[in-house]
Design a protein around this ligand. Structure first.
Ligand code: NAP
Ligand code: ZN
Ligand code: ZN
Length: 336
């Protein structure tokens, strides 16, 4: 990665101009800069990634009521949507029928070209897509809530995870560690599945009740048919059937990880037990605010490694190896 000068629009009446303090490093950033999602979302270079943004409000437009200069505020994966379709009106902007405007690598309606994300000094966003950060949360550790947080919160809420549920979390990275914290806070029994023996102790500290090394065939077999819900956060192609087999009858496994290649599916894992395989993308704006407020009430933030932007290449290399505990967050003061 190399530095690049980019333009931001002059704030319009509804716009909030944020000075970016921190930006989380999502594995999606890595997929995108490596153009691994070429078939679905080809990368337009130069690409400025980053959609886990916390900043300080510097300026607001004349019609902005939600924010004042000096406020802490946040921006996630979307900076706009059509706001008129059924999905937008229902608060599901992430499923906007006209496609939401993603925070980076998406056609920029105002300036032309593509949108540029949070690995930068500043960003200008319509107030409708800017979130409030609850007081008391560490702003650096709160930044990854804007993607890793909402992406795990939304499916856990949608599928009604709570007391009496046994929930599996597959992959203990940025998303996975937040899934553990949320599932635990929602009252579920949490089982982590990891390929990294070194993460086992920390998984328990994060709130898991059990940790299973997914390479341990006996430990996997012992859990067959026992989980009500599985959230799969793995970033690479892996054996999803091994996790479908762990579901109870009518149990649901939801994919949030986005491996670039198709994932092989053995349908018998679905047929026996009438199991369901689902997917979920980030979350809506209202839901994101609810998640942030929940974190504020419960003191939940991400476990982060704070780094200067100059270390992004090393962070990407470590992310690629699954060597992350559990989110890199760029301290954007290093850019100034
Ligand atoms: P991450 O921090 O790199 O975590 C991914 C974890 O998956 C790794 O820590 C590792 O956990 C496990 N893993 C990696 N390679 C593996 C392999 N070959 N086999 C088995 N397990 C492997 O990534 P992240 O930021 O949490 O993102 C995870 C995925 O979610 C990415 O594909 C990202 O693009 C996607 N994503 C989707 C959405 C959405 O809206 N659906 C939003 C954000 C991100 P262990 O060491 O514990 O095995
Ligand atoms: Zn992300
Ligand atoms: Zn819409």
């Amino acid at each position: 990665m190399a530095p690049l000068a980019i333009a931001r629009r002059e704030p319009g009446p509804e716009d909030v101009h944020l000075e970016i303090l921190f930006c989380g490093v999502c594995h999606s950033d890595l997929h995108q800069v490596r153009n691994e999602w070429q078939a679905v979302m080809p990368t337009v270079y130069p690409c400025v990634p980053g959609h886990e943004i916390v900043g300080r409000v510097a300026r607001v437009g004349s019609k902005v009521t939600k924010f004042r200069p000096g406020d802490l505020a946040a921006v996630g994966c979307m900076v706009d949507a059509c706001r008129t379709c059924d999905e937008c009106r229902a608060g599901n902007e992430q499923y906007c029928k006209a496609m939401p405007t993603f925070t980076y690598n998406f056609p920029d309606q105002c300036l032309g070209g593509v949108t540029y994300g949070g690995y930068s000094n500043a960003i200008v966003v319509d107030q409708a897509f800017v979130l409030r950060v609850p007081a008391g949360l560490d702003p650096a550790a709160a930044a990854p809530l804007l993607c890793a947080g909402i992406t795990t919160w939304s499916p856990l809420r949608h599928w009604g995870v709570g007391p009496g549920h046994k929930v599996g979390v597959v992959g203990l990275g940025g998303l996975g560690h937040m899934a553990v914290k949320f599932a635990r806070a929602l009252g579920a029994h949490v089982v982590v599945f990891t390929t990294s023996p070194g993460k086992a102790t920390q998984a328990l500290q994060l709130g898991a009740h059990e940790v299973v090394l997914s390479t341990d065939a006996a430990a996997m077999a012992a859990r067959a048919g026992s989980l009500h819900f599985v959230l799969d956060t793995v970033s690479a192609v892996h054996n999803v059937n091994a996790y479908l087999d762990l579901l109870v009858r009518d149990g649901t496994m939801t994919m949030v990880g986005a491996p670039p290649e198709p994932v092989p599916l053995g349908v018998f894992s679905l047929l026996f037990g009438r199991r369901r395989l689902a997917g979920s993308a980030i979350g809506g704006i209202r839901e994101t605010q609810e998640m942030l407020d929940f974190c504020g009430r419960h003191g939940i933030v991400c476990d982060i490694e704070r780094i200067p932007v100059q270390q992004i290449d090393t962070a990407f290399a470590r992310l690629l190896r699954g060597d992350v505990r559990y989110r890199f967050v760029l301290d954007m003061s290093s850019l100034r």
